[in-house]
Structures are given as structure tokens and as C-alpha cells.
Design a protein around this ligand. Structure first.
Ligand SMILES: C[S@@+](CC[C@H](N)C(=O)[O-])C[C@H]1O[C@@H](n2cnc3c(N)ncnc32)[C@H](O)[C@@H]1O
Length: 276
């Protein structure tokens, strides 16, 4: 067989790694053992840290997961910083799968998930290494997919691919829960491609078979200011109370006004219409 034929018949059509694709750079960044080891410490995600943003995220996601009755998938689970605070929500037999492409990040996740300081019953978590753009699951198996600090870093074209893959894995009306960068006025009044208004977010989700059903703001100025002395004193309870204020009171106001400085988006997979 000539080299040309061999290449055509044996090698994949597309290169496995395209260095120009930004989603490949996101994969590479987290293959470093030191990056994985220091990830939680540098972002205040350790149990002893007090971060308003983290607390608000947990409150928001827990509220959504209470409605979920079947298997949950977390894409790009990283060190498991969300999973370890979510795995007691819902029935204990409910399956939680965590997927990431980086072994060092999965190694940190495995270590941190071994601990259960709360002592309350938690469900087991199945960790697996795979690429989130080609996940090794059959269609329609998950009731919810979570994806934080991952989808928001993708370009619009790659977000579209991601929504498509998640849509494939979800049951009808299954939920996609992820964080997004809100829109802020720039010098030239232009929208950056990863900063989205709720309107733009709604439109791109609709184009991929989802309906945006809720937004929880996690970037309000007032709670951030009020929380600062409590954060300095490492007092978690008042910081959590301010997180609750963001989720319960300020987020519905944002929704009424149709604006957000960023937060959690909850989208429902639109039921596919049966072909006649
Ligand atoms: C910023 S970290 C976020 C980790 C975690 N979700 C969090 O909220 O802290 C980004 C994670 O995405 C993972 N990642 C990047 N590209 C990926 C891909 N194509 N498939 C699966 N995981 C990916 C990285 O390995 C890393 O763990």
C-alpha cells in the first residue's frame, strides 16, 4: 500500500491534536502536576477557605440538584471541588460521574473525594479520564450535566460543540448547569466573545437545543463588599448568608431586569419532536 493510501485508509481524517484550536490549549494547561496540586489553594477552594463566590455557587447548584432524580455527570471535574460538596444531595443510590482529560487533576479529585468531613451519607463518585468533546457514553443517560470553569472558557464555536455533546447525553428535559461570564461594558462598548448577556446566552443555547430556564448571579457587588470583613476573619456562616441573599433575592431581580454580571446558567434540554 502506498503511503498516500495508507494515510487515507488507516489514519484519522482529522489530526488528533490541532495546536491552533483553543480547546486543545485548555486541555494542556491542566496536565501539569504542580498546577493540579495548587489549584484549590490558589482559588480558595479548600475546606478551611472562605470565599463568597464559591459558597454562592454551591448554594445555587444544590438548589437545582434537588430537582434531579437520576444520574449526574460533571464534565471537567478538575479537583472535585464542586462534587465533594454536592454528593449528598438527592437519593444516595443516584450515580455521580466525574470526567476530566487531565490525570493530575483526577488524581487530586480522587484524594479529596476520599475524605468526607461532614460525616453525612454521600454517594460514591465514579471518576474517568476522557475528552469532554467525545464522551464515552450512549445517548440519553444523564439527568443533569454540570460544567464549571470549563464551558465559559471555550470559544463560541467550541461552546456549540460542547452543547451538542451534552445534549446527546441528556434525557429529554435533562438539565445543563454551568457558569458563564456576564457582560460588562467595554471601552468600545463591544461584547467580548466569552462575555454574554442573558439574551445572548439564551440565543446560543436555543440554537443548540436548550432552553435557558434560570440564572443565579454570583458576581453582585453589594454582597462582595459586605462579605469582605467576614472573609478576612474566616467566618463562613455570614458569608454563606450573603451567598443565599445572592441566590434567593438578587438573582430574581437580575432576571426581571434582564442583566447579569455573571453566574450560573440552568438550561433544559428541549424535548425532540417525534418525526412523523
Ligand atoms: C479551570 S479547571 C475547572 C475544574 C472544575 N470544573 C472547577 O470548577 O474547579 C478546567 C478543567 O477542564 C479540564 N479540561 C480541559 N479541557 C477538557 C476536555 N476537552 N475534556 C475534559 N476535561 C477538560 C482540565 O483538565 C481542568 O481540570
Amino acid at each position: 500500500m502506498s503511503w498516500k493510501d495508507w494515510r487515507k485508509n488507516i489514519l484519522p481524517e482529522k489530526p488528533i491534536y490541532n495546536p491552533l484550536d483553543p480547546k486543545e490549549r485548555l486541555k494542556i494547561a491542566y496536565q501539569d502536576v504542580q498546577v493540579a496540586k495548587s489549584y484549590d489553594e490558589e482559588r480558595d477552594f479548600r475546606a478551611t477557605d472562605v470565599s463568597l463566590h464559591y459558597e454562592t455557587e454551591i448554594i445555587g447548584i444544590r438548589e437545582v440538584l434537588r430537582e434531579v432524580k437520576g444520574p449526574i455527570l460533571e464534565v471537567a471535574i478538575g479537583t472535585g471541588r464542586l462534587c465533594r460538596r454536592l454528593r449528598d444531595v438527592g437519593p444516595s443510590e443516584m450515580c455521580y460521574v466525574g470526567l476530566d482529560v487531565s490525570l493530575p487533576m483526577l488524581h487530586e479529585a480522587r484524594k479529596s473525594l476520599r475524605e468526607n468531613p461532614s460525616g453525612s451519607p454521600v454517594r460514591p463518585v465514579y471518576l474517568l479520564r476522557a475528552d469532554a468533546f467525545q464522551m464515552p457514553f450512549p445517548n440519553g443517560r444523564f439527568h443533569a450535566v454540570i460544567g464549571f470553569r470549563f464551558i465559559k472558557h471555550l470559544s463560541p464555536a467550541n461552546r456549540h460543540l460542547m452543547y451538542k455533546e451534552v445534549n446527546r447525553l441528556l434525557i429529554d428535559e435533562g438539565l445543563l448547569i454551568f457558569d458563564f461570564y456576564g457582560w460588562r461594558k467595554r471601552a468600545k462598548n463591544q461584547e467580548e466573545e466569552h462575555r454574554l448577556t442573558p439574551q445572548a446566552l439564551r440565543a446560543e443555547l436555543e440554537a443548540s437545543g436548550f432552553k435557558l430556564i434560570r440564572i443565579y448571579g454570583t458576581r453582585h457587588l453589594l454582597p462582595a463588599l459586605l462579605s469582605s470583613p467576614f472573609r478576612a476573619l474566616k467566618l463562613k456562616a455570614p458569608v454563606r448568608a450573603l451567598g443565599l441573599l445572592e441566590v434567593k433575592l438578587l438573582s430574581p431581580v437580575d432576571e426581571l431586569l434582564g442583566r447579569s454580571r455573571g453566574g450560573i446558567a440552568v438550561a433544559k434540554k428541549v424535548k425532540a419532536e417525534k418525526e412523523l
